[in-house]
Design a protein around this ligand. Structure first.
Ligand code: ATP
Length: 449
């Protein structure tokens, strides 16, 4: 039995209606599992990415930022193991033409045998044998579509970091242990995309590779496990919805010495799923790139006068999947004491909320709209605000609750005389009178936490 309710369908509809997430190329019938981020969605995603960047790069002196290109030399993917190893076994149903991962638990029997049953159409004996399917998107560089010009859309950002390891180390004069972080697009031709933005074919990653001296890797691995779990809690994700999942020996990727996933409980039948992977990759990647490129990727430790290939502890999180976790975690419908109409609330952490404050005149007269507009204009350079004077004030509050706006500022009959407004807090519904001159500080303090 799932512990948490399934809110996905409601979220998909809210996300579209309020401009968080739209289906890609919708007017053409949509593109399979590709999504566009609307005005509120792009703000939320940026806030999430900025929070990661601040916590990983800006506030640490031993992590450097990088933005490497999506297209790389094709040999990179031979060295990394992706050309040969980045495959999922898949099976096709001859009857309904649906495609499944061979290890899909819904398949009964062994694909390729007469008693295997298709989980979609229910026919027996129509599932073919498992075939290996490479998840990398292939394309061509330059005008000639010959094999010499084949390149891949990167399936992860990490390789762009490994091939730049010495460029970054030498240009910044960092000493091991130190890390390199980047945020960027990745592409995987997933066999079974779905669950809204949970698994898509085009997505983003926020990855950090931490280079350490061999022998110290497990200590750093534990350190980063703790740090990353703290970060997810800091987003406001509920304690009981977060857990670690350790990869058993048969689950470990070819490069990994140890791996833990941070899992979030998405509710319903999806339940606990990975949102971040923390991996001890040993010296696999740098050694492979040394072999394939013929260039040394060693670190010279001047103090100890020795050279070595560092081990890597990687933290790899998806902003899209984390954004979905944040939405699922925050979505609630509730009744309000003394009111007949309930409300839908996105209980987003104020730092993540796309709009920090709604600004309203109580009524459209007596100079209130002008005053509210001026307040909105004054606050706008500091944070995202939304001016709204249409409809009843209760409606305007509800519209902001539904998109997670933590504060609503209302100019009322007392505002002009006392130079003050009411500030309503989304979750407690408490209203406080605040002087107009201190609004920036009042809200600024509360969204920075
Ligand atoms: P999964 O097992 O779910 O396919 P993975 O273990 O292959 O994920 P990693 O390669 O460790 O994922 O990538 C790190 C993070 O990137 C994941 O934790 C996830 O947040 C994100 N991610 C990976 N694949 C996708 C995808 N197809 N769509 C959206 N996000 C993804």
């Amino acid at each position: 039995m799932p512990n948490q309710p399934d809110v996905m369908e409601k979220l998909v509809s809210l996300a579209k209606r309020r401009g968080f997430i739209f289906q890609s190329s919708e007017i053409y019938g949509g593109t399979g599992s590709v999504w566009d981020y609307g005005p509120l969605g792009v703000e939320l995603k940026r806030n999430l990415q900025e929070r990661w960047w601040n916590s990983m790069v800006r506030t640490r002196d031993n992590i450097e930022g990088l933005d490497s290109a999506i297209l790389m030399h094709p040999r990179v993917w031979e060295a990394s193991g992706h050309v040969r190893g980045f495959v999922d076994p898949l099976v096709d149903c001859r009857n309904c033409k649906k495609r499944f991962r061979a290890n899909d638990p819904k398949i009964k029997g062994t694909p390729g045998t007469p008693d295997a049953q298709c989980p979609a159409c229910g026919m027996k004996g129509t599932l073919g044998e498992a075939r290996q399917f490479n998840l990398m998107f292939k394309t061509f560089m330059g005008p000639a579509e010959d094999s010499a010009a084949v390149v891949y859309l990167r399936p992860e950002t990490a390789q762009g970091t490994y091939v730049n390891f010495l460029n970054v180390q030498q240009s910044t004069r960092q000493r091991v242990p130190f890390g390199i972080a980047q945020i960027g697009k990745a592409f995987r031709n997933e066999i079974t995309p779905g669950n809204f933005i949970f698994r898509t074919r085009e997505f983003e990653q926020m990855e950090m590779q931490f280079f350490v001296e061999p022998g110290t890797d497990m200590t750093w691995f534990e350190y980063w496990k703790d740090q990353r779990m703290l970060w997810h809690r800091g987003l406001g994700l509920a304690e009981e919805r977060l857990r670690f999942h350790e990869h058993a020996a048969d689950e470990l990727a070819h490069y990994a010495r140890a791996a833990f996933d941070v899992q979030f409980d998405f509710g319903g039948s999806l339940g606990f799923q990975e949102i971040e992977g923390i991996h001890n990759r040993g010296d696999f990647d740098l050694t492979q790139h040394q072999q394939f490129s013929g260039k040394k990727l060693e670190y010279f430790d001047q103090g100890a006068n020795k050279r070595f290939v560092p081990y890597v502890v990687e933290t790899a999180v998806g902003p899209n999947r984390t954004l979905l976790a944040v939405l699922v975690n925050g979505y609630r419908e509730e009744t309000v004491a003394g009111e007949t109409e309930g409300r839908t609330v996105l209980g987003l952490h104020p730092a993540l909320a796309p709009i920090k404050a709604g600004v309203f005149p109580l009524v459209k007269k007596d100079g209130m709209p002008e005053m509210a507009k001026k307040i909105a204009d004054d606050l706008r350079p500091a944070f995202a605000v939304f001016y709204d004077d249409s409809g009843a004030i209760g409606r305007r509050y509800r519209r902001q609750d539904e998109v997670g706006t933590p504060f609503c500022i209302t100019v009322d009959g007392e505002s002009a005389a006392g130079s003050s407004v009411t500030v309503r807090e989304r979750d407690s519904l408490q209203q406080e009178r605040v002087s107009i001159g201190s609004l920036k500080e009042y809200i600024g303090e509360r969204i920075a936490a």
